[in-house]
Design a protein around this ligand. Structure first.
Ligand SMILES: C[S@@+](CC[C@H](N)C(=O)[O-])C[C@H]1O[C@@H](n2cnc3c(N)ncnc32)[C@H](O)[C@@H]1O
Length: 446
Protein backbone atom coordinates (compact mmCIF):
# COMPACT_ATOMS: atom_id res chain seq x y z
CA UNK A 1 0.00 0.00 0.00
CA UNK A 2 1.77 3.07 -1.25
CA UNK A 3 1.81 6.80 -0.54
CA UNK A 4 -1.00 6.82 1.94
CA UNK A 5 -1.88 9.63 4.27
CA UNK A 6 -3.44 9.02 7.66
CA UNK A 7 -6.97 9.22 6.28
CA UNK A 8 -7.70 5.55 6.95
CA UNK A 9 -7.34 6.27 10.69
CA UNK A 10 -9.79 9.18 10.60
CA UNK A 11 -12.91 8.90 12.73
CA UNK A 12 -16.07 8.47 10.64
CA UNK A 13 -18.34 11.48 10.99
CA UNK A 14 -21.64 10.30 9.59
CA UNK A 15 -22.21 6.82 10.89
CA UNK A 16 -24.38 7.57 13.90
CA UNK A 17 -27.39 5.82 12.41
CA UNK A 18 -27.80 2.08 11.97
CA UNK A 19 -26.06 0.66 8.94
CA UNK A 20 -24.51 -2.67 8.10
CA UNK A 21 -21.82 -0.83 6.14
CA UNK A 22 -19.92 0.90 8.94
CA UNK A 23 -17.05 -1.61 9.03
CA UNK A 24 -16.03 -0.57 5.50
CA UNK A 25 -15.71 3.14 6.19
CA UNK A 26 -11.87 3.11 6.49
CA UNK A 27 -11.68 1.33 3.14
CA UNK A 28 -13.97 3.96 1.58
CA UNK A 29 -11.45 6.58 2.75
CA UNK A 30 -8.63 4.57 1.22
CA UNK A 31 -10.44 4.12 -2.10
CA UNK A 32 -10.97 7.84 -2.57
CA UNK A 33 -7.32 8.46 -1.83
CA UNK A 34 -5.93 5.82 -4.19
CA UNK A 35 -8.45 6.07 -7.05
CA UNK A 36 -9.15 9.83 -6.95
CA UNK A 37 -12.31 9.22 -8.97
CA UNK A 38 -13.65 12.09 -11.08
CA UNK A 39 -17.15 10.66 -10.84
CA UNK A 40 -18.48 8.53 -7.97
CA UNK A 41 -22.00 7.07 -7.94
CA UNK A 42 -23.76 5.11 -5.23
CA UNK A 43 -26.84 2.96 -5.85
CA UNK A 44 -28.58 2.57 -2.47
CA UNK A 45 -27.80 5.20 0.17
CA UNK A 46 -30.40 4.78 2.93
CA UNK A 47 -29.11 6.78 5.97
CA UNK A 48 -25.88 7.67 4.14
CA UNK A 49 -23.32 5.72 6.19
CA UNK A 50 -21.43 4.55 3.11
CA UNK A 51 -22.12 7.56 0.88
CA UNK A 52 -21.07 10.20 3.39
CA UNK A 53 -17.90 8.26 4.17
CA UNK A 54 -16.84 8.63 0.55
CA UNK A 55 -17.88 12.30 0.70
CA UNK A 56 -15.98 12.85 3.96
CA UNK A 57 -12.80 11.58 2.29
CA UNK A 58 -13.37 13.66 -0.87
CA UNK A 59 -13.71 16.78 1.25
CA UNK A 60 -10.86 16.02 3.59
CA UNK A 61 -8.42 15.05 0.84
CA UNK A 62 -9.50 17.90 -1.44
CA UNK A 63 -10.00 15.50 -4.37
CA UNK A 64 -12.17 16.79 -7.22
CA UNK A 65 -14.85 14.12 -7.30
CA UNK A 66 -18.42 14.71 -8.42
CA UNK A 67 -20.61 12.45 -6.29
CA UNK A 68 -24.16 11.19 -6.76
CA UNK A 69 -26.32 9.22 -4.34
CA UNK A 70 -29.23 7.42 -5.98
CA UNK A 71 -32.08 5.98 -3.92
CA UNK A 72 -35.85 6.29 -4.04
CA UNK A 73 -35.66 6.38 -0.22
CA UNK A 74 -38.55 3.98 0.10
CA UNK A 75 -36.51 1.11 1.50
CA UNK A 76 -37.00 -2.43 0.34
CA UNK A 77 -38.17 -5.80 1.54
CA UNK A 78 -34.67 -6.79 2.69
CA UNK A 79 -33.63 -3.76 4.68
CA UNK A 80 -37.10 -2.64 5.81
CA UNK A 81 -39.33 0.20 4.66
CA UNK A 82 -38.52 3.78 5.55
CA UNK A 83 -40.39 7.02 6.01
CA UNK A 84 -39.70 10.49 4.65
CA UNK A 85 -37.64 11.46 7.65
CA UNK A 86 -34.67 9.44 6.39
CA UNK A 87 -34.51 11.39 3.17
CA UNK A 88 -34.84 14.72 5.01
CA UNK A 89 -31.98 13.78 7.28
CA UNK A 90 -29.70 12.68 4.44
CA UNK A 91 -30.65 15.75 2.41
CA UNK A 92 -29.79 18.06 5.32
CA UNK A 93 -26.39 16.47 5.85
CA UNK A 94 -25.69 16.70 2.15
CA UNK A 95 -26.69 20.36 1.92
CA UNK A 96 -24.81 21.36 5.06
CA UNK A 97 -21.57 19.51 4.38
CA UNK A 98 -21.12 18.41 0.80
CA UNK A 99 -23.32 20.47 -1.53
CA UNK A 100 -20.33 21.74 -3.57
CA UNK A 101 -19.67 18.34 -5.12
CA UNK A 102 -22.50 15.99 -4.12
CA UNK A 103 -26.08 15.53 -5.37
CA UNK A 104 -28.89 13.26 -4.23
CA UNK A 105 -31.07 11.78 -6.96
CA UNK A 106 -34.33 10.60 -5.40
CA UNK A 107 -35.47 8.11 -8.01
CA UNK A 108 -35.08 4.48 -8.98
CA UNK A 109 -31.70 3.28 -10.25
CA UNK A 110 -33.20 2.67 -13.70
CA UNK A 111 -34.71 6.15 -13.84
CA UNK A 112 -31.34 7.68 -12.98
CA UNK A 113 -29.50 5.99 -15.87
CA UNK A 114 -30.09 8.72 -18.51
CA UNK A 115 -28.44 11.27 -16.18
CA UNK A 116 -25.03 9.70 -16.84
CA UNK A 117 -22.98 9.49 -20.04
CA UNK A 118 -21.39 6.19 -21.05
CA UNK A 119 -17.73 5.61 -19.96
CA UNK A 120 -17.77 8.26 -17.24
CA UNK A 121 -18.08 6.67 -13.78
CA UNK A 122 -14.77 5.85 -12.07
CA UNK A 123 -16.22 4.40 -8.88
CA UNK A 124 -19.66 2.77 -8.52
CA UNK A 125 -21.00 1.35 -5.26
CA UNK A 126 -23.92 -1.07 -5.72
CA UNK A 127 -25.89 -1.52 -2.49
CA UNK A 128 -29.57 -1.65 -3.44
CA UNK A 129 -31.68 -4.76 -3.31
CA UNK A 130 -29.43 -7.78 -2.68
CA UNK A 131 -31.14 -10.60 -4.55
CA UNK A 132 -29.07 -12.20 -7.31
CA UNK A 133 -31.44 -10.90 -9.99
CA UNK A 134 -31.54 -7.30 -8.67
CA UNK A 135 -27.75 -7.05 -8.17
CA UNK A 136 -27.11 -8.55 -11.64
CA UNK A 137 -29.61 -6.14 -13.19
CA UNK A 138 -27.96 -3.15 -11.46
CA UNK A 139 -24.48 -4.28 -12.54
CA UNK A 140 -25.43 -4.93 -16.15
CA UNK A 141 -27.42 -1.72 -16.63
CA UNK A 142 -24.68 0.46 -15.10
CA UNK A 143 -21.66 -1.30 -16.62
CA UNK A 144 -21.73 0.77 -19.85
CA UNK A 145 -21.44 3.89 -17.68
CA UNK A 146 -18.11 2.73 -16.20
CA UNK A 147 -14.95 4.50 -17.38
CA UNK A 148 -11.76 2.70 -18.43
CA UNK A 149 -10.41 3.19 -14.90
CA UNK A 150 -13.70 2.04 -13.40
CA UNK A 151 -14.08 0.06 -10.14
CA UNK A 152 -17.37 -1.40 -8.93
CA UNK A 153 -18.09 -2.27 -5.28
CA UNK A 154 -20.75 -4.70 -4.08
CA UNK A 155 -21.84 -4.82 -0.48
CA UNK A 156 -23.10 -8.02 1.22
CA UNK A 157 -21.00 -10.53 -0.73
CA UNK A 158 -20.81 -12.67 2.42
CA UNK A 159 -24.52 -12.57 3.20
CA UNK A 160 -26.20 -15.87 2.36
CA UNK A 161 -29.41 -15.79 4.37
CA UNK A 162 -32.75 -15.97 2.56
CA UNK A 163 -32.63 -14.66 -0.96
CA UNK A 164 -29.43 -12.62 -0.63
CA UNK A 165 -27.57 -13.48 -3.84
CA UNK A 166 -24.76 -10.93 -4.32
CA UNK A 167 -22.29 -13.70 -3.36
CA UNK A 168 -23.40 -15.70 -6.42
CA UNK A 169 -23.05 -12.77 -8.80
CA UNK A 170 -19.63 -12.02 -7.34
CA UNK A 171 -18.50 -15.62 -7.93
CA UNK A 172 -19.46 -15.19 -11.58
CA UNK A 173 -17.74 -11.83 -11.97
CA UNK A 174 -14.52 -13.24 -10.51
CA UNK A 175 -14.17 -15.35 -13.67
CA UNK A 176 -14.05 -12.27 -15.91
CA UNK A 177 -12.58 -9.40 -13.89
CA UNK A 178 -9.72 -8.66 -11.52
CA UNK A 179 -11.40 -8.81 -8.12
CA UNK A 180 -10.83 -9.05 -4.40
CA UNK A 181 -13.14 -9.30 -1.44
CA UNK A 182 -13.23 -8.16 2.17
CA UNK A 183 -14.85 -10.81 4.31
CA UNK A 184 -15.75 -8.64 7.31
CA UNK A 185 -18.82 -6.36 7.61
CA UNK A 186 -21.06 -8.72 5.58
CA UNK A 187 -18.52 -8.77 2.76
CA UNK A 188 -17.45 -6.13 0.25
CA UNK A 189 -16.62 -7.25 -3.29
CA UNK A 190 -14.30 -5.14 -5.44
CA UNK A 191 -14.46 -5.56 -9.20
CA UNK A 192 -12.04 -3.74 -11.53
CA UNK A 193 -14.14 -3.29 -14.66
CA UNK A 194 -11.86 -0.77 -16.37
CA UNK A 195 -8.84 -1.69 -18.47
CA UNK A 196 -6.72 1.10 -17.03
CA UNK A 197 -7.38 1.02 -13.31
CA UNK A 198 -4.54 2.65 -11.32
CA UNK A 199 -1.58 0.26 -11.15
CA UNK A 200 -1.18 0.84 -7.41
CA UNK A 201 -4.75 -0.27 -6.87
CA UNK A 202 -4.42 -3.35 -9.11
CA UNK A 203 -1.39 -4.32 -7.03
CA UNK A 204 -3.46 -3.84 -3.85
CA UNK A 205 -6.25 -6.06 -5.27
CA UNK A 206 -3.78 -8.81 -6.24
CA UNK A 207 -2.33 -8.81 -2.73
CA UNK A 208 -5.60 -8.71 -0.83
CA UNK A 209 -6.24 -12.36 -0.15
CA UNK A 210 -7.84 -13.84 2.97
CA UNK A 211 -4.76 -13.65 5.20
CA UNK A 212 -3.12 -10.58 3.78
CA UNK A 213 -2.00 -7.57 5.75
CA UNK A 214 -4.57 -5.30 4.05
CA UNK A 215 -7.44 -7.73 4.76
CA UNK A 216 -6.51 -7.76 8.46
CA UNK A 217 -5.80 -4.05 8.64
CA UNK A 218 -9.16 -3.01 7.16
CA UNK A 219 -11.05 -5.59 9.23
CA UNK A 220 -9.47 -4.21 12.41
CA UNK A 221 -10.04 -0.57 11.42
CA UNK A 222 -13.61 -1.50 10.46
CA UNK A 223 -14.28 -2.94 13.91
CA UNK A 224 -12.98 0.26 15.45
CA UNK A 225 -15.22 2.38 13.20
CA UNK A 226 -18.21 0.24 14.19
CA UNK A 227 -17.43 0.49 17.88
CA UNK A 228 -17.38 4.26 17.58
CA UNK A 229 -20.71 4.22 15.82
CA UNK A 230 -22.68 5.65 18.70
CA UNK A 231 -20.12 8.11 19.88
CA UNK A 232 -19.55 9.52 16.41
CA UNK A 233 -20.18 13.18 15.80
CA UNK A 234 -23.20 12.45 13.62
CA UNK A 235 -25.77 14.98 14.78
CA UNK A 236 -29.30 15.25 13.52
CA UNK A 237 -29.22 17.99 10.99
CA UNK A 238 -32.94 18.33 11.58
CA UNK A 239 -32.95 20.16 14.88
CA UNK A 240 -29.25 19.64 15.68
CA UNK A 241 -30.23 16.94 18.11
CA UNK A 242 -29.13 13.33 18.02
CA UNK A 243 -31.56 11.46 15.83
CA UNK A 244 -32.94 8.28 17.25
CA UNK A 245 -34.04 5.49 15.02
CA UNK A 246 -36.78 3.11 16.01
CA UNK A 247 -38.14 0.10 14.22
CA UNK A 248 -41.52 -1.55 14.30
CA UNK A 249 -42.01 -5.17 13.24
CA UNK A 250 -45.48 -6.50 12.61
CA UNK A 251 -46.62 -10.06 12.25
CA UNK A 252 -49.72 -11.75 11.03
CA UNK A 253 -51.09 -14.91 12.60
CA UNK A 254 -48.19 -17.24 13.51
CA UNK A 255 -45.50 -15.55 11.43
CA UNK A 256 -42.11 -14.73 12.92
CA UNK A 257 -40.92 -11.13 12.87
CA UNK A 258 -38.84 -10.37 9.77
CA UNK A 259 -37.29 -7.41 7.96
CA UNK A 260 -39.91 -7.70 5.20
CA UNK A 261 -42.54 -6.77 7.74
CA UNK A 262 -40.82 -3.85 9.38
CA UNK A 263 -40.81 -0.05 9.20
CA UNK A 264 -38.51 2.65 10.53
CA UNK A 265 -39.28 5.87 12.27
CA UNK A 266 -36.86 8.66 13.09
CA UNK A 267 -37.17 11.01 15.98
CA UNK A 268 -35.16 14.01 17.14
CA UNK A 269 -34.41 13.66 20.84
CA UNK A 270 -36.73 16.44 21.89
CA UNK A 271 -39.70 14.99 20.02
CA UNK A 272 -41.98 12.49 21.63
CA UNK A 273 -44.20 11.01 18.89
CA UNK A 274 -42.88 8.15 16.80
CA UNK A 275 -45.14 7.38 13.89
CA UNK A 276 -45.02 4.16 11.91
CA UNK A 277 -46.88 3.60 8.67
CA UNK A 278 -47.55 -0.05 8.05
CA UNK A 279 -47.27 -1.39 4.53
CA UNK A 280 -49.61 -4.34 4.87
CA UNK A 281 -53.29 -4.83 4.24
CA UNK A 282 -53.54 -7.94 6.37
CA UNK A 283 -54.66 -8.19 9.96
CA UNK A 284 -51.91 -7.84 12.53
CA UNK A 285 -51.65 -10.00 15.61
CA UNK A 286 -48.37 -8.78 17.11
CA UNK A 287 -45.98 -5.85 16.99
CA UNK A 288 -42.39 -5.70 18.13
CA UNK A 289 -41.21 -2.18 18.87
CA UNK A 290 -37.40 -1.71 18.97
CA UNK A 291 -36.95 1.85 20.24
CA UNK A 292 -33.17 2.04 19.67
CA UNK A 293 -30.14 -0.20 19.15
CA UNK A 294 -28.47 0.78 22.38
CA UNK A 295 -28.77 0.81 26.17
CA UNK A 296 -31.79 2.84 27.02
CA UNK A 297 -33.93 4.39 29.72
CA UNK A 298 -37.29 5.21 28.17
CA UNK A 299 -40.71 6.38 29.29
CA UNK A 300 -43.54 4.86 27.32
CA UNK A 301 -46.47 7.25 27.72
CA UNK A 302 -48.97 5.95 25.24
CA UNK A 303 -49.49 3.73 22.19
CA UNK A 304 -52.20 4.62 19.66
CA UNK A 305 -53.37 2.46 16.77
CA UNK A 306 -55.20 3.65 13.66
CA UNK A 307 -56.82 2.21 10.59
CA UNK A 308 -56.92 5.07 8.10
CA UNK A 309 -57.86 8.05 10.23
CA UNK A 310 -59.98 6.00 12.61
CA UNK A 311 -58.50 5.12 15.99
CA UNK A 312 -58.47 1.41 16.76
CA UNK A 313 -59.19 0.62 20.39
CA UNK A 314 -57.88 -2.79 21.30
CA UNK A 315 -56.76 -4.58 24.38
CA UNK A 316 -53.26 -5.93 24.20
CA UNK A 317 -50.52 -7.43 26.31
CA UNK A 318 -47.28 -5.52 26.59
CA UNK A 319 -44.01 -7.25 27.47
CA UNK A 320 -40.40 -6.15 27.19
CA UNK A 321 -36.84 -7.31 27.75
CA UNK A 322 -36.21 -4.41 30.16
CA UNK A 323 -34.14 -5.23 33.21
CA UNK A 324 -36.06 -2.86 35.43
CA UNK A 325 -39.52 -1.34 35.10
CA UNK A 326 -41.10 1.30 37.28
CA UNK A 327 -44.61 2.19 36.10
CA UNK A 328 -44.10 3.38 32.53
CA UNK A 329 -40.31 3.81 32.71
CA UNK A 330 -38.26 0.96 31.28
CA UNK A 331 -34.56 0.43 31.76
CA UNK A 332 -32.81 -1.74 29.17
CA UNK A 333 -29.41 -3.25 29.85
CA UNK A 334 -29.26 -4.76 26.38
CA UNK A 335 -28.34 -3.13 23.10
CA UNK A 336 -31.42 -4.71 21.55
CA UNK A 337 -34.23 -3.29 23.66
CA UNK A 338 -37.67 -4.33 22.55
CA UNK A 339 -41.34 -4.28 23.49
CA UNK A 340 -43.79 -6.87 22.28
CA UNK A 341 -47.44 -5.99 21.85
CA UNK A 342 -49.79 -8.94 21.44
CA UNK A 343 -53.45 -8.51 20.52
CA UNK A 344 -56.14 -10.94 21.61
CA UNK A 345 -57.47 -10.95 18.06
CA UNK A 346 -55.77 -9.88 14.80
CA UNK A 347 -56.67 -6.34 13.76
CA UNK A 348 -56.51 -4.09 10.70
CA UNK A 349 -53.98 -1.40 11.62
CA UNK A 350 -51.97 0.79 9.27
CA UNK A 351 -50.61 3.47 11.57
CA UNK A 352 -49.12 3.24 15.02
CA UNK A 353 -48.01 6.15 17.17
CA UNK A 354 -45.78 5.69 20.21
CA UNK A 355 -45.58 8.57 22.61
CA UNK A 356 -42.21 8.07 24.27
CA UNK A 357 -39.52 10.01 26.09
CA UNK A 358 -35.94 8.87 25.58
CA UNK A 359 -34.62 9.67 29.07
CA UNK A 360 -31.09 8.32 28.63
CA UNK A 361 -29.39 6.53 25.77
CA UNK A 362 -26.12 4.65 25.34
CA UNK A 363 -23.37 4.79 27.92
CA UNK A 364 -25.07 7.72 29.64
CA UNK A 365 -27.67 5.21 30.77
CA UNK A 366 -24.98 4.01 33.16
CA UNK A 367 -25.21 7.22 35.14
CA UNK A 368 -28.92 6.87 35.73
CA UNK A 369 -28.27 3.25 36.64
CA UNK A 370 -26.30 4.40 39.68
CA UNK A 371 -29.43 6.16 40.95
CA UNK A 372 -31.54 3.06 40.41
CA UNK A 373 -28.97 0.92 42.20
CA UNK A 374 -28.96 3.26 45.16
CA UNK A 375 -32.74 3.22 45.26
CA UNK A 376 -32.78 -0.56 45.13
CA UNK A 377 -30.14 -0.78 47.81
CA UNK A 378 -32.21 1.41 50.10
CA UNK A 379 -35.35 -0.59 49.32
CA UNK A 380 -33.44 -3.76 49.98
CA UNK A 381 -32.14 -2.54 53.30
CA UNK A 382 -35.63 -1.41 54.33
CA UNK A 383 -37.05 -4.77 53.41
CA UNK A 384 -34.36 -6.58 55.35
CA UNK A 385 -35.00 -4.39 58.37
CA UNK A 386 -38.71 -5.08 58.05
CA UNK A 387 -38.07 -8.78 57.84
CA UNK A 388 -35.79 -8.73 60.91
CA UNK A 389 -38.30 -6.76 62.97
CA UNK A 390 -41.03 -9.09 61.78
CA UNK A 391 -39.09 -12.13 63.03
CA UNK A 392 -38.45 -10.48 66.35
CA UNK A 393 -42.14 -9.74 66.65
CA UNK A 394 -42.99 -13.22 65.56
CA UNK A 395 -40.56 -14.95 67.91
CA UNK A 396 -41.75 -12.93 70.86
CA UNK A 397 -45.30 -14.28 70.34
CA UNK A 398 -46.69 -17.31 72.12
CA UNK A 399 -48.32 -18.78 69.07
CA UNK A 400 -46.52 -19.34 65.75
CA UNK A 401 -49.54 -20.11 63.60
CA UNK A 402 -50.88 -16.67 62.97
CA UNK A 403 -52.18 -16.72 59.35
CA UNK A 404 -51.86 -13.04 58.75
CA UNK A 405 -48.26 -13.01 59.96
CA UNK A 406 -47.50 -16.04 57.78
CA UNK A 407 -48.83 -14.29 54.70
CA UNK A 408 -46.94 -11.16 55.56
CA UNK A 409 -43.72 -13.06 55.97
CA UNK A 410 -44.18 -14.85 52.64
CA UNK A 411 -44.82 -11.55 50.88
CA UNK A 412 -41.71 -9.99 52.35
CA UNK A 413 -39.57 -12.98 51.36
CA UNK A 414 -40.97 -12.94 47.85
CA UNK A 415 -40.23 -9.26 47.50
CA UNK A 416 -36.74 -9.80 48.79
CA UNK A 417 -36.02 -12.57 46.30
CA UNK A 418 -37.39 -10.45 43.48
CA UNK A 419 -35.33 -7.46 44.46
CA UNK A 420 -32.23 -9.54 44.98
CA UNK A 421 -32.37 -11.10 41.56
CA UNK A 422 -32.99 -7.73 39.90
CA UNK A 423 -30.25 -6.21 41.96
CA UNK A 424 -27.79 -8.91 40.94
CA UNK A 425 -28.76 -8.60 37.32
CA UNK A 426 -28.14 -4.87 37.48
CA UNK A 427 -24.79 -5.32 39.16
CA UNK A 428 -23.68 -7.80 36.53
CA UNK A 429 -24.71 -5.45 33.79
CA UNK A 430 -22.97 -2.46 35.36
CA UNK A 431 -19.80 -4.48 35.74
CA UNK A 432 -19.95 -5.52 32.08
CA UNK A 433 -20.64 -1.98 30.89
CA UNK A 434 -17.85 -0.50 32.96
CA UNK A 435 -15.42 -3.02 31.49
CA UNK A 436 -16.63 -2.04 28.04
CA UNK A 437 -16.09 1.67 28.72
CA UNK A 438 -12.63 1.00 30.19
CA UNK A 439 -11.75 -1.09 27.16
CA UNK A 440 -12.78 1.75 24.86
CA UNK A 441 -10.85 4.31 26.90
CA UNK A 442 -7.71 2.19 26.91
CA UNK A 443 -8.12 1.58 23.17
CA UNK A 444 -8.34 5.32 22.57
CA UNK A 445 -5.26 6.12 24.61
CA UNK A 446 -3.25 3.78 22.43
C1 LIG B 1 -29.14 -1.69 1.97
S1 LIG B 1 -29.79 -0.12 1.80
C2 LIG B 1 -28.37 0.85 1.46
C3 LIG B 1 -27.44 0.94 2.65
C4 LIG B 1 -26.43 2.05 2.58
N1 LIG B 1 -25.50 1.93 1.50
C5 LIG B 1 -25.70 2.18 3.92
O1 LIG B 1 -24.55 2.60 3.93
O2 LIG B 1 -26.28 1.89 4.97
C6 LIG B 1 -30.57 -0.25 0.26
C7 LIG B 1 -31.22 1.05 -0.24
O3 LIG B 1 -31.48 0.87 -1.63
C8 LIG B 1 -32.70 1.50 -1.97
N2 LIG B 1 -33.19 0.81 -3.18
C9 LIG B 1 -33.31 -0.54 -3.35
N3 LIG B 1 -33.66 -0.80 -4.63
C10 LIG B 1 -33.75 0.40 -5.27
C11 LIG B 1 -34.04 0.79 -6.62
N4 LIG B 1 -34.29 -0.10 -7.57
N5 LIG B 1 -34.04 2.10 -6.92
C12 LIG B 1 -33.77 3.03 -5.95
N6 LIG B 1 -33.46 2.73 -4.67
C13 LIG B 1 -33.46 1.43 -4.33
C14 LIG B 1 -33.57 1.36 -0.72
O4 LIG B 1 -34.48 2.43 -0.63
C15 LIG B 1 -32.55 1.38 0.43
O5 LIG B 1 -32.46 2.67 1.00
Amino acid sequence: MKNLSNIIFTKPKFTGLPSAWVEHVPFAFYLIEILKPSLFVELGTFTGASYFSFCQAVKQLGVSTQSFAIDHWKGDFQSGFINDRVFQLVDNINRNHFHEFSKLLRMSFDEALPNFENNTIDLLHIDGCHTYEAAKHDFETWLPKMSDRGVVLFHDTQERVGDFGVWKLFQELKLTYTTCEFLHGHGLGIVCTGKHVSQDFIEFVHNCDENSFSQKLFAALGKLAASEKYTSSHKAEAGKQPVLIAKLYFSQADQNFSEINSVYSFCAKNESELMFQITSNEKISQFRFDPLENYLLIKLNDIRFYHGVKPVFASYQLSSNAVYVVKDVFLFSTQDPSFTISFREPLLIDNVIFNVEYLETGIKTLESMAEVINKLKTENELLQQKQRSYYQMFLSKDTRSDDLDGELQKTISRLLILHHSRFNQLLLWIEKSIKFVMFKMIGRKK
